[in-house]
Ligand binder design. Structure first.
Ligand code: CAA
Length: 283
């Protein structure tokens, strides 16, 4: 069982970029891959900004920030991940796209390397079935913003080898995170519980129970949540929330999980939340 030294990350958006940053800061040689050169350049810029901010705040020495940056490589060709000990995929939540990536990875990494997905709701067993090595496929679900959030939800597929789980739990710990297991059911635990709460907040708003600001204030002050559910939905992305609700409805065979019409309406209007400048709230 080889020690994990090199981490590959596929996808350089909010999640992939965050995972790569934390891996590099934790001492791992890290390669971030994205098919979009613009996206990968933006990811590098964000790393520079966040590392500089950590130095400014006295959370990291300038030397440590430089060393972390030196461990990061930005690429657009998946073949550059060939010598990774683990690849963490963090691309769009689309089962077909993920399966195609895992098939490619399995053909490229034929030793005991680990193929992990940061999926927040898609079945690990289904992704693993697209490969000829389902025992090396696992879910490693990080939370946004990755540098801040302490949890990694670890999901075994039907065939995941116990050694692979053990190595992933150790890696999460080495990255300063706490790994907690969940079974391979739609939404795992985090989104099974979080998303229906967010969806219910949209219903409460739609039915006029409270204005969005008051609804959020009630949940923040009354339940000690750092963000109200509607602000959190904007933070995650309303399109992502609606998508996850549909994954829950399909995977758990229950229409009660379908996205609230109010949530769907904002998504079709192009109000995706913070990332588009307007969701429930304006930014
Ligand atoms: N990247 C890196 N660091 C960030 C950041 C980002 N995008 N956003 C905030 N931070 C850091 C800040 O730099 C700051 O760090 P220091 O304490 O070291 O100075 C720290 O987080 C706190 O930030 P702020 O003081 O600016 O703001 P805050 O106190 O309001 O906290 C928050 C911001 C941490 C995001 C907090 O509001 C929070 O915890 N919100 C809930 C987040 C949450 O629930 N995330 C999970 C989403 S669900 C998910 O990810 C799973 C899924 O599958 C959909």
């Amino acid at each position: 069982m080889s020690e994990i030294k090199r981490v590959g990350v596929i996808g350089s958006g909010q999640m992939g970029g965050g995972i790569a940053q934390v891996a590099a800061v934790s001492g791992f040689e890290t390669v971030v891959m994205d098919t979009s050169a613009d996206q990968v350049a933006l990811c590098e810029k964000t790393h520079d900004k966040l590392l500089a901010r950590a130095v400014e705040k006295g959370k990291m020495s300038e030397d440590d920030a430089k060393a972390a940056k030196g461990r990061l490589t930005y690429v657009t060709d998946i073949k550059s991940l060939a010598d990774s000990d683990i690849v963490v995929e963090a691309v769009v939540e689309n089962a077909e796209v993920k399966k195609s990536i895992f098939k490619q990875l399995a053909g490229m990494l034929t030793g005991d390397q680990i193929l992990a997905s940061n999926t927040s709701s898609i079945s690990i067993t289904e992704i693993a079935a697209a490969t000829d090595c389902p025992e090396r496929v696992i879910g490693m679900h990080f939370f946004y913003p990755v540098p801040v959030m302490k949890l990694v939800e670890v999901i075994n597929g039907l065939a995941t080898d116990a050694n692979v789980t053990e190595r992933v739990i150790k890696l999460a710990g080495d990255m300063g995170k706490t790994a907690v297991p969940a079974n391979d059911r739609a939404g795992f635990v985090s989104n099974r519980v979080l998303m229906p709460m967010i969806n219910e907040a949209f219903y409460a708003w739609m039915e006029g129970v409270a204005e969005p600001e008051h609804l959020d204030q009630i949940m923040k002050l009354g339940c000690n949540h750092p963000m109200g559910p509607l602000e959190l939905a904007d933070f995650i992305g309303l399109d992502t929330c609606a998508h996850i609700m549909n994954v829950l409805a399909d995977g758990l065979h229950s229409e009660r999980y379908r996205p609230c019409p109010k949530l769907e309406q904002l998504v079709v209007a192009g109000r995706f939340g913070r990332k588009s400048g307007h969701g429930v709230f304006k930014y």
